[in-house]
Design a protein around this ligand. Sequence first.
Ligand code: 1PX
Length: 210
Amino acid sequence: LASFSLQEVLDAFKLCLSENKEVYLEHYVSGWRGLVKFLNSLGSVFGFISKDAVGKIKILEGYLEGDNSSQYATVQLMVKYELDNQLVDLTKRGNHPESGCRTLLRLHRALRWLELFLERLRVSGQDEKTSVMCADAYDQSLSQHHPWVVRKAAGLAFCVLPGREAFFQVMNVGSAEQVVSVLGEAVPLISEVYQITETLYAEQQLLQLP
Ligand code: 1PX
């Protein structure tokens, strides 16, 4: 089993953006695959989160490998293709519960959590608790889209996160200074990918897909 490296995730998100700022689905998905590796290395308490993320990654991989793969090269193409061909449930769940658009939206919302969490980690002091940073980031973002039971379960999982030092070690990029420096590179990148997707989804009124 290959171990996690933050650098690898960073590289995937770097490759995500095309010259004219389109988001390559392949690299987006591969960034998530790397993050799931990290999550899995934290232990089975996070299994329910990892399982959901893997399920969504698999759906998108299915499109990337499917007959219409060229329509899924970028998020922009995917949105246009699925909307033009009525492949998205827009107001309530119906015939397309696994559309690329709604599936990506779930990961997109989680990416905002990641951006907030990594930024908190980056500026954190030695004695700060990862569980608190994680919970704060979650409360400011993803939690708004989750029902009470999921919020409760997430809150319990955060409590068993390793401390800042152990957490930095699992990131596998070297000393604390190096972690902070890689985070300084990663956060703006993740933020840009997030913003581009957010703007696209807002323009197409896709931010509330069921
Ligand atoms: C370098 C350090 C970075 C740490 C990386 C950690 C990667 C975390 C990956 C989290 C992926 C979460 C995807 C959640 C998608 C979602 O919102 N799904 C819900 C809705 O889906 P549906 O198909 O029903 O509309 C679904 O209900 C989710 C269920 C699982 C619980 C999700 C809790 C998310 C907490 C996010 C924080 C993860 C904490 C990791 C600690 C490092």
